[in-house]
Design a binder for this molecule. Structure first.
Ligand SMILES: C=C(O[C@H]1C=CC=C(C(=O)O)[C@@H]1O)C(=O)O
Length: 380
């Protein structure tokens, strides 16, 4: 994917410092950027996932919806696809909203060679992660939980001349299999992500979700496919949960997998679930049951949800939440917001987690989160 004209490039970057609400995204295996832009004001907030029933728009739901992190729906007052139409739309928008768009910062749009400030400014260090791992492993080994997902965050100083749009385009070019997004609303702030995990997609009666878990690094250009017992179990828990949930809502369920699927420099175990829905007016209810799947939370679900909030030691915000286009009358493509970062001022916060079972080993889990964090670090 190429960058748009420099004026549009600067404008998109400036919008991430304004009160505008927009989502720029690219679907897997396409080369076309899509823009959803709300005409004015903060995006609509929705009470609970079921409040999404019948609604249409670009959705950002946090891991745990609540006061500080609302479920947000960007209204599709304007939609465009391809840089040409996006440029036309944004040029018009800039004319009518000139007073609200901050001037671009002086200096180069893209960092020049050797300028990448790979400076860590904090986040969870290995010691804090080890302590959290200790808190998670005890109830797992006591069989209170079957699985828990432990996450961490990493703060990085942004490189000089950092451009959200350049990072978005870099991610599009580096990760053809993933859904890439650059989103901004006053309530959520700015997020950039590169996710491999669909939570719900489809149209009319034909619907799809996946169970994705278990991780190994790519071996050069080869996808490894010798999965450990731990990885298989970890993914089987997710499949079991999804199978049960899909049965509540859908019919004619078919399953394919588990098989090895690539996601950037990593591979995961994946199972596809296809099913039919009689009516699409309750997509919010389905999301309410599906989210958070044991790929990002744990089992039993409600207890794991509460345990993670009390013991993980980080605020996941919109990481491990839901991101994407919701349209009960048209096409829906919603993803779990993984391999993502929040951009704020001169800093970014990157997030990654991994499934912990009683047999988990601290060092291996830390290494896995490090590899997952590299997905976004590599395009920064
Ligand atoms: C929770 C994350 O990944 C999930 C998806 C695939 C594999 C996972 C794993 O192996 O633990 C996680 O369940 C993350 O990327 O932060």
């Amino acid at each position: 994917m190429n960058l748009p004209f420099s004026s549009i490039h600067k404008l998109i970057d400036s919008l991430t410092r304004s009160n505008a609400s927009f989502a720029l995204y690219r679907q897997p295996w396409t080369d076309e950027p899509l823009l959803v832009l709300q005409e004015a004001g903060g995006a609509q907030t929705v009470d609970g996932m079921s409040g999404l029933n019948g609604k249409r728009g670009f959705l950002m739901a946090p891991f745990k919806p609540g006061g500080k992190h609302p479920i947000v729906l960007i209204e599709a007052d304007h939609c465009a696809h391809g840089w040409e139409s996006i440029s036309d739309l944004l040029a018009q928008y800039a004319q009518t909203h000139a007073a609200e768009i901050p001037a671009p910062p002086a200096g180069p749009l893209q960092p020049s060679a050797g300028q990448e400030a790979r400076q860590e400014t904090g986040g969870q260090d290995q010691e804090a992660y080890a302590e959290a791992f200790g808190r998670f492993i005890v109830p797992l080994r006591q069989n209170t939980f079957q699985k828990l997902v432990l996450s961490r965050c990493l703060h990085r100083k942004l490189p000089e001349g950092f451009s959200p749009l350049s990072t978005f385009v870099n991610a599009c070019n580096s990760y053809p299999r993933m859904m890439i997004s650059l989103t901004h609303t006053p309530a959520t702030g700015t997020w950039i992500g590169s996710t491999p995990e669909i939570i719900l997609s489809g149209h009319d009666t034909q619907w799809h979700t996946v169970s994705l878990a278990g991780t190994m690094p790519m071996q050069g250009d080869t996808m490894p496919d010798e999965w450990s017992e731990k990885n298989r179990k970890e993914q089987a828990f997710v499949s079991e949960y999804i199978r049960k949930t899909v049965k509540q809502f859908g019919s004619k369920i078919t399953e394919k997998g588990p098989y090895t699927a690539r996601a950037g420099g990593l591979v995961h175990l994946k199972t596809d679930f296809s099913f039919q829905l009689k009516d699409t007016s309750r997509l919010g209810d389905i999301l309410n049951e599906l989210h958070p799947t044991p790929a990002v939370c744990g089992l039993p679900k409600q207890e794991a949800y509460a345990f993670i909030e009390a013991n993980e030691g980080i605020d996941r915000k919109y990481y491990a939440g839901i991101i994407g286009w919701l349209d009960p009358q048209g096409d829906t493509s919603l993803y779990v917001n993984l391999r993502c970062m929040k951009v704020e001022g001169s800093e970014s916060t990157l997030y990654a987690g991994g499934g912990i079972l009683p047999s988990s080993v601290l060092e291996a889990e830390w290494e896995e989160t490090r590899q997952k964090l590299n997905t976004m670090l590599n395009v920064l």
